[in-house]
Design a protein around this ligand. Structure first.
Ligand code: FES
Length: 102
């Protein structure tokens, strides 16, 4: 059964709640929507300051706490205190114009 995370695809990057109440980062990159758990692998805090925004330029996400930079397309940390670690990927897809997960 599919769970709707967001009702449309008209965003660059947003944070939504999954059915268990966890924050999920949705980011569009290269025409693909990627989903990641909103938890920095450094110390486990949300990447954003509570405003749902963590996009940094066109290709990266940034953690507001200590500035770790993550590739939007892979979740790989490429700079900062957790370089080499990954954001936890959440499998998402688009169905009928909505972002869904299982
Ligand atoms: S908590 Fe994210 S970089 Fe330190």
């Amino acid at each position: 059964m599919s769970i709707i995370l967001h009702a449309d695809c008209a965003f660059e990057q947003i944070v939504v709640k999954d059915p268990r109440g966890h924050d999920v980062i949705l980011v569009q990159h290269g025409g693909v929507i990627h989903g990641y758990r909103n938890s920095c692998p450094h110390v486990g805090v949300p990447l954003d300051w509570g405003d749902g925004r963590c996009m940094h330029g066109a290709d990266h996400l940034i953690c507001s706490m200590h500035g770790a930079l993550f590739e939007a397309a892979t979740g790989l940390c490429v700079d900062g205190p957790c370089t080499g670690d990954h954001l936890q990927r959440i499998a998402v897809r688009v169905e009928a114009g909505r972002v869904v997960c299982d």
